[in-house]
Every structure is written in C-alpha cells, then in structure tokens.
Design a protein around this ligand. Structure first.
Ligand code: NDP
Length: 451
C-alpha cells in the first residue's frame, strides 16, 4: 500500500497547475489538484482569453470606418457592453467546464477548496488533510496597487471584466502589457481614455523604436498618453472621480484602472510553516528544476516570477511532470527567444533582442527596418503605419531579434520565432521567397540595413 494519499498534489488549477496535473496523471501518477476560485486560473478567467475577446470587440470601430473606402456603408454602429460581457462570460463558463473535464478524464482528483501546506507532505484542503509524495505550488498572482490617498477608489483588470457601468471617461495607470492593452481596448470601445505612466515612454525593455511608433499610433487613434506623470490622489466627486496629477493638473473621469504589476498569491499558503524560501517581491525561489528550498515541493508559473506568461507556465508544469514521473523524457525549459505580443491597437510582437539589448550584447549589429502603409489602407485611407524590424549580429549574420508593430503582429512573429530559435541567419531570411502581397513578406525582403 502506498505511503501517501497521492503521488502529486497540485495547488492551483491555472495554466501551469492543470498542465502538470494532466501530464503527471497521464504518466501514471495519482494526482490531486486544489482550486478555490476558478478553473483555468488567470488566463482563462481574467487574463489572456477574455482580454483577447475584448480586444477583438475594440477593433470593430476602426474596421467599420476602414470599410467605407471599400464601398460599405454601415450606418452609425452602436456598441453594447452588456452583450459583450454576457457573451464573454458564456464562453468562459464553457472553458471552465472544458478544464474540469480535462482533469476528470485524466483521472485527476479535483478539490474545489482552498489548500495550504501543513508540512512537507501534508496539505490542508477544505476541512481535511491529505498527504502526497510531491507537492506542486501553482497559485499564480494577483494585481497589485500602490497605496495612496484614494487608492481604494480604483479598480484593476480583474474588475474590468465585470463592470456593471460602462464608463465614458477612463484613466489607466501603468506602462506594462495590461495598461497598454486596456488603453487600446477602452479607446476602441469608445471610451475617452488617458494613460498615465511615470517614465518617458511605456513598455520598458521592448525595442525603443517600436515603443515610440506604438505611442504615436495610439495617440492618433485617440488615447491621451501622459508620460512622466504620476497620480497624487483621487477623490470622489459626485458620480465621477477627480484625479490629481503631479504636474499640477486635475482630470475628472468615471473610472481609474491600475495596471501597476502583479504579486505572487502566497497568502495563507503555509510557506513559512514548511520553510519555503521567497524572494524580495514574495516570489517562491526555485532552482532550474523548479524545486523549492523544500526538496519534494516544486513551484511553477507566476508565483515564481520571471516571464509571467501562460505558455511559459505550461512549459514549466510539463517539465515538472516529466522530471517526477517520466524522467526519460527531456524536462528542460529553455527560455531563450520567448516570443511575446502586446494586444494593443495596433498589435506589437517581438522575439529575441531589442536593438538596444543586441548592441550591448554583440557590439556590432546590423538593423533592418521597413515602415509602410499596408495595401488595405490605400483604399481605407487609414494612416496607420506598420513597422517591422530585424536585428542581426554582424559577426555571425544570425538574426537575434525580430519585431513588428502592425495588424496580426503576434501571428506573424510566432512563425518567425521558430526560425530565430533555430539560429537562422539573415542570408537564410533573404533566401526565403515571400508570399505576395502580404505585410509579412517584408521580413524576407529587407535588403539594405537602416543602421
Ligand atoms: P508589468 O509588470 O508589465 O508593468 C507594470 C507597470 O506598472 C510598469 O510600467 C511599471 O513601471 C508600473 N508601475 C509599477 N509600480 C508602480 C507604481 N508604484 N506607480 C506607478 N507605476 C508603477 O505589469 P502588468 O500589470 O501590465 O502585467 C503583469 C504581467 O502579466 C506582465 O508582466 C506580463 O508578464 C503578463 N501579461 C502578459 C500579457 C501578454 O502576454 N499579452 C498581457 C497582460 C499581462 P516601470 O516601467 O517604471 O517599472
């Protein structure tokens, strides 16, 4: 008879936890997973999926306008937030059920209750205690808002997905993925939108030329960007919120959304009790095998920090399942050249190094850029510019960065990421025949370096 109730107990049924549970069960392990909020975690419920649905909704206004040059007359389109949220909720509920069935069909025991560590092999789940040889912590993260006068009046992305009153005027604080994506979403849905960010240009760490171009495009589409600005305090004024900024100005809005980063969800998880080490921002410390300071306890996903992206958590969850229950399979996770996209309007996507980072790493580089108006806009009259960029290490001719700002940038960069992961050279890009007429063909026809 087995010594423990389960071989693996997973806390958190988000992207990383569900992947690890299913894989481990497929490898023959007896697995349980505990979740006290929603199946699928942040990504399915208040992240990637509903965000992308809202981003689709936000594109239509521009598409209706673009369609006129092609002979369409769509009248005056009317947007209804309630319909969008109702349909979005229906889809999320469907996905929650799919996640439940994935677990049940894989023979994973699901506890819909809060779980915390009692000791290295025991978990308190609801009102019972269960034991496991290995434990995987995948509780994810939660939006974080700094404290200041009026911080209780703001919402985060979590609440935005269920707003009862759709705002006329919104102010968004932050300069990361979430702030930029929601600024585009709200603006596209007709909200008068301002984005306040403390430094000179948002999306710190991404390629500067693309960030600059995105800022121009967003402003032109109507988002008011207020860089090098901070919020001092917020007060309720009747139905509205009065926001005092550090440039001495005041602005009145109906909604303030803070997107100032996320923190690991480690509250009441029992980490101290078991002696699991955490870092400065509370992330659980792990080694390259995702093992915590307690050897039979592992952690993956947003709770360990680093690249807080669903596909990264999936890869980590799979690696832990393999390491523990199928050691003959490769259990390494290579985070070089992880592609990523910001679903702003227009989209921005990137793989590899920015021009700035490549110059620092390689010294001598060649930079190729193409900035153009897409064929579609010759008739739509939309002045939107697409920007594409390749960064090449001069010594090896290897393409070390590919960047795009424009429609479907994420779709296009995903394909290029394979070439870059495989170490493709600029000569190999040049030897590739384009698909005409597309925007993507520019990536194989950039002949003369810009710098
Ligand atoms: P990010 O960490 O990306 O950005 C946080 C932003 O808030 C930064 O611009 C930061 O400024 C700013 N900030 C931090 N503290 C303060 C403060 N006290 N006052 C004012 N501004 C502050 O966080 P997000 O919340 O946007 O997203 C969280 C993570 O979720 C992302 O890092 C990403 O990994 C993931 N995500 C991925 C998406 C995708 O793949 N498309 C979409 C959404 C989220 P500064 O630059 O100065 O540090």
């Amino acid at each position: 008879m087995a010594e423990y109730d389960f071989d693996l107990f997973v806390i958190g049924a988000g992207s990383g936890g569900v992947r690890a549970s299913r894989m481990a069960a497929q490898f023959g392990a007896r697995v349980a997973v505990a979740e006290d909020r929603y199946l699928g975690g942040t990504c399915v419920n208040v992240g990637c999926v509903p965000k992308k649905l809202l981003a689709y909704a936000a594109q239509f206004d521009e598409l209706f306008r673009d369609s006129r040059g092609f002979g369409w007359d769509t009248g005056a389109p009317v947007f209804d937030w309630e319909t969008l949220i109702r349909n979005k909720d229906r889809e999320i509920a469907r996905l929650n059920e799919i996640y439940r069935n994935l677990l049940i069909n894989a023979d994973v025991t699901l506890f819909e209750a809060r779980a915390s560590l009692v000791d290295a092999h025991t978990v308190q789940v609801g009102d019972q205690q269960v034991t496991a040889e290995y434990i995987l912590l995948a509780p994810g993260g939660w939006p974080w808002v700094p404290e200041f006068p009026g911080s209780d009046l703001v919402i985060t992305s979590n609440e935005l997905f269920h707003l009862e009153e759709f705002p006329h005027r919104a102010l968004i604080v932050g300069g990361g993925y979430i702030a930029v994506e929601f600024a585009s979403i709200l603006n596209g849905l007709g909200v008068e939108t301002q984005l306040v960010y403390r430094r000179d240009l948002f999306l710190r760490g991404f390629d500067a030329e693309l960030r600059q171009q995105l800022a121009e495009e967003m402003q032109r589409k109507g988002v008011k960007l207020r860089f090098a600005t901070e919020v001092e305090r917020i007060e309720r004024r009747g139905e509205a919120l009065a926001v005092q900024l550090n440039d001495g100005s005041e602005t009145e809005v109906d909604l303030v959304l803070y997107a100032t980063g996320r923190r690991p969800s480690t509250d009441r998880l029992g980490l101290e009790q078991v002696g699991i080490r955490t870092g400065e921002q509370g992330h659980i410390e792990v080694n390259a095998q995702f093992q915590t300071s307690v050897p039979n306890i592992y952690a993956v996903g947003d709770v360990i920090g680093g690249m807080e992206l669903t596909p990264v958590a999936l890869a980590q969850g799979m690696a832990v399942a393999r390491r523990l229950f199928k050691p003959e399979l490769d259990a390494s996770v290579n985070l070089e050249n992880v592609p990523t996209a910001i679903f702003s309007q227009p989209n921005m996507a990137t793989v590899g190094l920015s021009e700035e980072a490549a110059r620092e790493r390689y010294g001598e580089i060649r930079v190729y850029t193409a900035k153009f108006t897409q064929l579609k806009h010759t008739l739509s009259g939309n002045p939107e510019k697409t920007l594409m960029k390749l960064v090449v290490d001069a010594a090896s001719d290897r393409v070390v960065g590919a960047h795009m700002l424009g429609p479907d940038a994420g779709e296009i960069i995903q394909g290029l990421a394979i070439a870059i992961k495989a170490g493709a050279t600029k000569a190999q890009f040049d030897a590739t025949i384009g698909i005409h007429p597309t925007a993507a063909e520019e990536f194989v026809t950039m002949r003369v370096p810009a710098r």
